[in-house]
Design a protein around this ligand. Sequence first.
Ligand code: GLV
Ligand code: MN
Ligand code: MN
Length: 412
Amino acid sequence: MLTANRARLDGEIATLAAISEAAAPAVTRIVFSACDLRARAYFKELAHSAGLALREDAVGNTFARWPGSEPGLSAVATGSHIDAIPNAGAYDGTVGVLGGIEAIRALQADGFVPRRAIELILFTSEEPTRFGIGCLGSRLMSGSLDASSGSRLRDQAGSTLDEVRSAAGFTGPLETVRMAAGAYSAFVELHIEQGPLLEREEIPIGIVTAIAAPASLRITIDGEGGHAGAVLMPQRHDAFLAAAEIALAAEAAAKATGAIDTVATAGVCEVFPGAVNSIPSRASLMLDIRDIDGMRRDSVLRSVDASIAGIAARRGVRIATELINADDPASCGPAAIEALREAALSRNLLHREMVSRAYHDSLFMARIAPVAMLFIPCRGGYSHRPDEFASSQHIAQGVEVLAEALRRLSSA
Ligand code: GLV
Ligand code: MN
Ligand code: MN
């Protein structure tokens, strides 16, 4: 019988959470920061102790492999990320990485011998915090982001991805990160739901059938600065007020689709020069727009574009828009979904199908392999905040279902 060692896994999740740039209970772990590198070292130590063979690619995606009895067959993969956005919690991504190690250890303890290799992947920068684009590692791996565009990415300090990754010890051409379609026979990711449905319905296992389509935009507004007392209202070209109108226009456009699945967020707004008695001369805004229907998401992007043109003309400001990404939604693979369903049934666990409104590395792995995702409940559906929480029991159930699914997929 496959059994996750709850105490060990809880302890490892707590140890990883303590490697953070923010004080507990908040977790902040930005890609290639000192904390990220320490967290990666901890992961590698655990993977090494589990007898897994380690490999890192040029962008820091890290692969821990349990060889199969038939080395000619493509491997089955699992994994997630350990980077965390500012002021996040301890479970987003980490449950899929540390839970992946625990699933492998449970299979080993059960005496299982995989036919296909099982590979656990720690993906680089699932979160967009540093380079503005999410799922950097899996985008490059799947060819959804080409190496030359990847090399041109810069962080807020102006350093290029190439500079930052080599300082972190990841060198070599970015082209080598790309993997061929078929390199994996299946990819399965364990993750907290980041929404309230499983908890509300008291269902321990969610089986994801599709992942929503995310898009993000960087918008820079150049207006005219000046003295907050002296410049009268009719003469102003306030860059921040234009940004505020754009954020409201995005909200209105998302609501106007009439679909509950359309969402828009303005999560970053920087104002220059940032003095209380100075009219903002420049503002930079980032928008995140998503839907489970890619065409409807695109209609929101068009509507925001049209609003921007009107706002620029009315306010006498210059607005530049850069579309950072507009990804298609992904469908999960029927055989991988079936493996999860059978795994949940074999453990007598209630489960339901659902879509993932958050994006995950699975969205990009779906371009090169059949994927499936397994969600576990998290308290209140909270995520991307310090009080994010998943119970030890739910995590263990998720790990055991993952292990059972890996057993089936690696035997196929
Ligand atoms: C992933 O972190 C997302 O923003 O969906
Ligand atoms: Mn996240
Ligand atoms: Mn995540």
